[in-house]
Design a protein around this ligand. Structure first.
Ligand code: ADP
Length: 190
């Protein structure tokens, strides 16, 4: 199985590249951001609680996202592999993912980290905000909070995966196609 962690700051292009990679490698796309937005749209209790945090640029709770991923892994037992997009975002989530995959007898194949300059991230998110309908994509101070939380809580995961020899840094600047080609080259070498 091919299990890819697509990693990088908000606005790095994870969702765009994931759409492309699931086609190419026939993988299941698991985006915790999308799963949370589904809960918000369905007005579930979990969604209402998550929205409160997401709207300010804070993370949803580890236990919520871990249990969402757990049930998706169980639902898709015959998959070729998975692309984890926006998950894990904390060391606790990364540890939980390792355990969940261990139970399935299939480890993370690699963590692909898209590197993008901060100014470009903010521009991309503001641009996306014009059509995304996402309440966290409009306000620069909320976007900056998301980037700050990424640097504080999520970026340390690069070391978590480097310690397992699974960390791959990908230049996330340039055209969507160029970035996709860089990803494919790395994934093909895994
Ligand atoms: P982006 O990568 O552009 O921030 P996402 O859709 O991945 O977009 O995430 C949007 C928001 O959803 C995050 O700011 C956070 O509040 C919440 N979220 C998504 N994934 C997680 C996660 N794994 N853990 C906690 N919160 C999450």
């Amino acid at each position: 199985m091919l299990n890819l962690v697509l990693f990088g700051p908000p606005g790095a292009g994870k969702g765009t590249q994931a759409d492309f990679l699931i086609e190419k490698f026939k993988l299941i796309h698991l985006s915790t951001g999308d799963l949370l937005r589904n809960e918000i749209a369905a007005k579930t209790e979990l969604g209402i609680e998550a929205k409160r945090l997401m709207d300010k640029g804070f993370l949803a709770s580890d236990s919520i996202v871990i249990s969402m991923i757990k049930s998706k892994l169980q639902e898709n037992f015959d998959a070729n592999g998975f692309i984890f997009d926006g998950f894990p975002r904390t060391v606790e989530q990364a540890t939980a993912l390792d355990h969940l995959l261990e139970e399935k007898g299939t480890p993370v194949s690699g963590m692909l980290c898209l590197c993008v300059e901060k100014e470009e991230l903010i521009n991309r998110i503001l641009h996306r905000g014009k059509t995304s309908g996402r309440s966290d994509d409009h306000d620069v101070s909320i976007i900056e909070n998301r980037i700050r939380i990424y640097n504080e809580k999520t970026k340390p995961l690069t070391e978590f995966y480097a310690a397992q020899n699974k960390f791959y840094k990908i230049d996330g600047m340039g055209s969507v196609e160029d970035i996709a080609n860089r990803l494919i080259e790395t994934i093909s070498s895994l």
